[in-house]
Design a binder for this molecule. Structure first.
Ligand code: HEC
Ligand code: HEC
Ligand code: HEC
Length: 380
């Protein structure tokens, strides 16, 4: 066996082996009140997740994942300007920023394993998504432990689409409006596309995970926005909220589950139920096609000259990613002709990114052209 020169790595290697060799099934415990974090190094040895193909999650993450750099960007450029505008001092030390960009540095020291206390992980590391490993690190490698038993020790269920949406949305949507005004990019959450952008360190072979993960993500986003709006009035967010309600009410499940009106608390509960429900439902090819047609046919709403432009812009902003994910799912299913439709979808997408210059009539026209292409695109 190759011995790493770095003593910290070696200590963690020993810990990892202890994990494999640890005691009997009788020790299965419910999660402790306060799980503690063990740090990315405890996953990193070559016999755990820092090895060859199939065991290289740590290496994929370390080399390619943007989350690694999330802490670094706090030290420069835009971050310094944002922090100055808010009077936060050094952004690398401000909990208002590290809570999302480097969460282990924002965690109370009592929740860190001794090795982590000196040098907590920087950036968004493994446990930010997978859950604090204090209780499950030793346990999760046991051959006799079921997935359910491991979850009971605090591993977060990211295989469950709803669990995954909850993990990501925590950092990818609700930003303090003051931070945005100080120059932070606006945050959007769309689970399927954002998961696809991640350099893959896992294999997901489930059928039609795409549309399921898209709709679960959007329902989860609606729940979070509803919660935020129920705590304080925010006109800008309210427009985005309405657009998302519009988008989801055009789906079969959304039409059934979501109330009309502007009761944010009621919507929060309904969106939560919707997310749970759709996270378990597999989409058929027919459903994907039907939804895509329905969304394309919404071009008529964009050509209504009396409609509010900002409201339409916010609709376009959620509509395009929806169509993009449905299209990506159809391509996976096979039997579609792509170039013309894709060109059209790109054109629609460009027009949706115009921000304050958004031109509804142009968008409506492009979306109408997209609708006209659907039949020929779907011909096998
Ligand atoms: C709610 C979580 C959250 C908080 C709080 C937060 N950020 Fe962010 N920040 C994000 C996410 C997510 C992104 C990535 C957005 C994207 O690319 O879609 C981001 C992006 C950025 C970017 C742009 C990075 C780039 O590559 O262009 C900067 C700069 C930034 N954040 C600085 C800060 C600063 C400074 C603070 C504290 C005042 C802060 N952030 C607080 C979640 C957060
Ligand atoms: C941004 C969130 C995120 C971060 C950070 C992250 N993961 Fe994951 N990881 C996921 C998701 C989502 C899955 C898919 C669900 C699953 O298979 O459990 C996953 C799956 C895995 C799997 C299962 C692989 C498979 O194919 O069965 C391993 C092992 C893993 N991650 C290890 C790590 C390690 C080690 C790190 C840190 C170096 C890490 N992850 C960081 C989100 C993350
Ligand atoms: C602890 C907070 C946190 C969690 C949890 C988290 N992220 Fe992120 N994510 C960030 C921050 C902060 C950035 C910005 C990093 C940068 O720009 O350097 C980011 C960046 C990204 C990016 C790159 C941005 C881009 O547009 O290219 C993707 C993709 C992404 N996250 C997907 C996910 C997914 C999928 C999950 C859930 C499995 C997830 N994230 C969970 C905080 C988080």
């Amino acid at each position: 066996m190759i011995r790493p020169k770095n003593p910290a790595v070696f200590a963690q290697l020993a810990l990892c082996f202890a994990a494999v060799l640890s005691a009997s099934a009788a020790e299965i415990k419910p999660p402790a009140e306060t799980h503690f974090f063990t740090g990315a190094q405890s996953c990193a040895s070559s016999s755990c997740h820092g090895g060859g193909t199939g065991r290289n999650e740590f290496l994929v993450y370390q080399k390619k994942d943007r989350h690694v750099f999330a802490a670094g960007i706090l030290g420069k450029g835009t971050s310094l300007k944002i922090a100055e505008a808010l009077g936060l001092g050094e952004p690398t030390k401000a909990a208002q920023c590290t809570v999302c960009h480097s969460p282990m540095e924002a965690v109370a020291a009592t929740r860190l394993a001794p090795e982590m206390k000196q040098t907590p992980d920087r950036g968004v590391s493994c446990e930010a998504c997978h859950g604090a490993a204090g209780e499950w690190l030793r346990f999760h490698t046991r051959k006799d432990a079921t997935y359910q038993q491991i979850l009971a020790t605090g591993l977060r269920d990211l295989i469950d689409v709803g669990g995954r949406a909850n993990a990501c949305v925590a950092c990818h949507l609700n930003l303090d409006e003051k931070i945005r005004q100080a120059g932070h990019p606006e945050l959007f959450f769309e689970l399927d596309g954002q998961a696809a952008l991640e350099p893959p360190h896992y294999v997901d072979a489930r059928p039609s995970i795409g549309p399921r993960s898209w709709i679960t993500g959007q329902a989860t986003a609606l729940r979070e926005m509803s919660w935020k709006l129920s705590t304080a009035r925010d006109e800008r967010l309210a427009v985005r909220w309405k657009a998302l309600v519009w988008l989801l009410q055009m789906t079969e499940a959304g039409a059934k589950e979501l109330p009309s009106g502007e009761d944010f608390s009621a919507m929060q509960g309904a969106a939560d139920l919707l997310a749970r429900k759709v996270s378990r439902e597999v989409w058929t090819k027919n459903q994907i096609t039907g939804q895509l047609r329905k969304y394309a046919s919404s071009h008529k709403e964009f050509s209504d000259a009396k409609a509010d432009r900002t409201a339409l812009r916010r609709r376009a902003e959620v509509l395009v990613p929806a169509m993009d994910r449905l299209w990506a799912a159809l391509k996976k299913e096979g039997g579609v002709v792509t170039p013309g439709f894709e060109k059209s979808l790109n054109a629609v997408s460009m027009l949706s990114h115009e921000g304050d210059d958004f031109a509804p009539a142009e968008f409506a026209k492009a979306l109408g052209e997209l609708e006209a292409q659907i039949d020929s695109a779907l011909k096998p």
